[in-house]
Design a protein around this ligand. Structure first.
Ligand code: CO
Length: 209
């Protein structure tokens, strides 16, 4: 019980600290949220979105799951994207992976992990698709890290292929989708330069008229 009590104690100290800087902060935020960013990240406890980009509550709309996947039949993730784009009108969608991702590493092996293998299967497909390139890596660690990057790029494409994002572009809404990767070792974020902001950047087969 002690360890849960700690959460309440920390929470009160945190709320007091924020109110000290801006006495009306929570009052204002309780009335509306206007985040500019939707963050899709890994559930890993070492990659907490608001902390790593030093943003306050209200600034990031967040969806997290194991290995930051965007699966086109996942109603949970799609609902988050739809609300963020259609209602909150975020300007940027950020898919953020991280080096040394346990989900990515697990997907590369053949060991069984139970139910989660069905989820990790999506990464296995990416592994298979880029197997030639991945085999050129010097060691296992380098291979995991490259697959972490490729996985992010795949998820950026998956976001762009959704009807939600393509409909937004069709109606002229400014929206860009970015792929980032975070290093657990030094806390630094890197841009993977896979930003997509127009349907012309997508393969023709995925484009909607
Ligand atoms: Co991870």
């Amino acid at each position: 019980m002690d360890s849960v009590d700690k959460l309440f104690k920390n929470n009160l100290a945190w709320a007091d600290k924020i109110k000290e800087e801006d006495p009306h902060f929570f009052q204002k935020l309780s009335e509306q949220q206007t985040p500019e960013y939707l963050w899709i990240g890994c559930a890993d406890s070492r990659v907490p979105p608001n902390e790593i980009v030093d943003m306050l509550p209200g600034e990031l709309f967040v969806h997290r799951n194991i290995a930051n996947l965007v699966v086109h039949t996942d109603l949970n993730c799609l609902s988050v994207i739809q609300y963020a784009v259609d209602v909150l009108k975020v300007k940027h969608i950020i898919v953020c992976g991280h080096y040394g991702c346990g989900g990515v590493a697990a997907a590369m092996g053949s060991k069984s992990h139970g139910l989660i293998d069905n989820w990790l299967r999506h990464i296995k497909d990416t592994y298979y698709r880029f197997s030639e390139r991945l085999e050129t890596c010097q060691d296992e660690k380098e291979r995991v890290d490259l697959l972490c990057e490729l996985n992010v790029a795949e998820q950026v494409a998956n976001v762009c292929h959704t009807t939600i994002v393509q409909d937004a572009w069709k109606r002229g809404q400014a929206l860009s989708v970015h792929g980032l990767i975070y290093s657990l070792k030094d806390g630094v974020l890197h841009d993977l330069d896979v930003t997509c902001e127009a349907p012309e950047q997508l393969p023709e087969a995925y484009r909607q008229d």
